[in-house]
Design a protein around this ligand. Sequence first.
Ligand SMILES: Nc1ncnc2c1ncn2[C@@H]1O[C@H](COP(=O)(O)OP(=O)(O)O)[C@@H](O)[C@H]1O
Ligand SMILES: [Mg+2]
Length: 307
Amino acid sequence: MPEDIILRTHHLSKRFGKRWAVRQVNLEVRRGDVFGFLGPNGAGKSTTIRMLLSLIRPTEGDVLLFGRPLRSHRRESLTRVGGLVERADFYLYLTARRNLEIVASLRGGCPKQEIDRVLELVGLRERAKDKVKTFSHGMKQRLGIGQALLGSPEFIILDEPTTGLDPQGIKEVRELIRSLSVDHAMTIFLSSHLLSEIEQTATSMAIINRGSLVVQGNVRQLLNEGGSVVRISAEPLEQAEEAARRFDGVHSVQRNADVLEVRINPEQVSALNAMLVQTGIRVNSVIPKRSLEDFFLSITEGTSDIQ
Ligand SMILES: Nc1ncnc2c1ncn2[C@@H]1O[C@H](COP(=O)(O)OP(=O)(O)O)[C@@H](O)[C@H]1O
Ligand SMILES: [Mg+2]
């Protein structure tokens, strides 16, 4: 296996009692990826992540980290991986620095400079001496990611790092993830139940639903798959529909209530818009509709924690 594949799973499966929580999942994460693991609640994301971090044992299948089976190389592989599963626990009445020191000492200790490095990385250097109870949710989550970053891992795995945060906290964590990837060349695996979250942070992604992998690939490619469809609201609609049908680069036009759904080459959307306007049609809006969005919504519907 080439060195640029950080993680590969082969038929990874987990059964709880009679129910398969994760079924035959094959994932591939390459060096430098921000890999988004997307799925509705109860899809099997946390169960998969627990197996990746060797917190639970797979019922079937294998995890390969850095090209080696986790079963036989657990200790050496996991020292190169940082993980944050669920919310991190803190000693609220101790400082941020002390909390990191405690986690570090549980893992065999680390030099003071390493704590400084991590505090700097997660943007908490200035607040290092403050008690964690004074921190916002976003700051706590960044400190949690800081715990995962102790020991300079090459690969970090974060389970729903933005869930439960307010918009400011979400922004802080998103920026931290971007900086870890871009400025510090880390490979990142993160899960979410929101497509928008993955869309904004990830470079590659996989969708899991009811324990099985649905799709996997490059985020941009998946989002643009099948040509793009735009929703056009215009007046008069009949005239717009006729003009759109005649336009080069338009594959199909469908009338859906009071909008047109036009399948078109993405590069020609603005030309179509210009043509409609020149024809004297009033174009109120042109909004892209993505296949992945519809697809994800369709698998999310009717799925919940209680299956
Ligand atoms: N320890 C467990 N015992 C029994 N069932 C579990 C356990 N952990 C998770 N499950 C079940 O496995 C399925 C997947 O759960 P989980 O991996 O937590 O999903 P997600 O993280 O995508 O929301 C759910 O049906 C959940 O109830
Ligand atoms: Mg979960």
